[in-house]
Design a protein around this ligand. Structure first.
Ligand SMILES: [Zn+2]
Length: 294
């Protein structure tokens, strides 16, 4: 009998959740025809806005984890509905970004895919400032961030063998080929805590681990997207050579200047890739929680 009432309650809650979700989705601009799908875009240092991106609405989203970095700018890019979120609005440093609120915000808006852009230091000797790397692997060296949505009674271990969505990666590779844009289509990202930059010894160690680039924001962003069953892809813009590799002292100014110079190329790549993202997902990301619970 208890089991029966339990199932009834579950059924009721499930229905309620979906009806609430449907009502909320109806209020989102562009939502409503079968063709609607939204792509989330997270901009990193230097990429506070996307030229050519026509913003129709700014939307504040409250989440159970607090407020995202800023209001979401919802508009059109390449004929697609895009929700743009600057990761470092109000000068939020990498270790203080509310990653859970940001990812949950995209989920609340109804986005199924998230594209992340970030500034990185180049570790691999072949990289130069201005190079763009489409990541395929990551190593997590963060220390003090909440890195899961499941820190309560539910125990969930999502598969993270391939941290980035293969389908979104393919859209970027195709866009770079058709647009004649130089893109390194594989690279390992190592995420450090920051906000300080790395020591020369640390970079030497990361190099021995086959890391290609180093940054401060890739985690827990990537895993939170996976736990939310969102597709996630990351584009890293090399803004400087990492410590011990660069012949000169690193400055934050250098990061922003290179990012600004690369913005046009990144924008062209983003526009092309967003236009190539297939409407229906044919990747495993949407079932990340299946069989992940204990
Ligand atoms: Zn995917």
């Amino acid at each position: 009998m208890l089991l029966f009432y339990g199932k009834l309650l579950y059924h009721f809650l499930y229905q309620y959740q979906h009806e609430t979700e449907n009502r909320r989705q109806e209020n989102i601009p562009g939502r409503g025809g079968a063709s609607f799908f939204m792509i989330g875009l997270i901009g990193g240092s230097g990429l506070h806005e996307i030229p050519g991106f026509k913003v129709n609405e700014r939307r504040a989203v409250e989440t159970p984890y607090g407020l995202p970095s800023d209001e979401f700018m919802i508009g059109e890019l390449s004929g697609r509905t895009v929700a743009f979120l600057p990761r470092h609005s109000y000068n939020i440093p990498p270790h203080k970004v509310n990653y859970r609120a940001n990812i949950r915000g995209f989920k609340e808006l109804g986005a199924e895919r998230v594209i992340a852009v970030s500034a990185v230091g180049g570790i691999n000797n072949s990289l130069r400032p201005g190079d763009i790397v489409l990541l395929n692997q990551l190593i997590d060296f963060t220390k003090s961030r909440v890195n899961t949505f499941y820190d309560g009674d539910d125990v969930v271990h999502v598969d993270f063998t391939e941290p980035y969505c293969p389908e979104l990666r393919e859209s970027f590779i195709r866009a770079s080929e058709s647009g004649g844009i130089k893109l390194l289509n594989a690279g390992t990202y190592i995420c450090v805590e920051g906000p300080r930059l790395e020591t020369a010894s640390e970079i030497g160690f990361f190099s021995s681990m086959s890391a290609d680039v180093v940054g401060m924001t890739g985690m827990p962003e990537a895993v939170l997207a996976r736990e939310s069953e969102l597709c996630y892809v990351a584009l890293s813009v090399v803004t400087n050579l990492a410590a011990g590799i660069s012949p000169v002292k690193l400055t934050a100014k250098e990061v922003v200047e290179t990012m600004n110079r690369s913005t046009e190329v990144v924008k062209t790549l983003l526009s092309g890739a967003i236009g190539l993202v297939p409407q229906r997902r044919d990747c495993p990301c949407g079932e990340a929680l299946k069989d992940a619970g204990m």
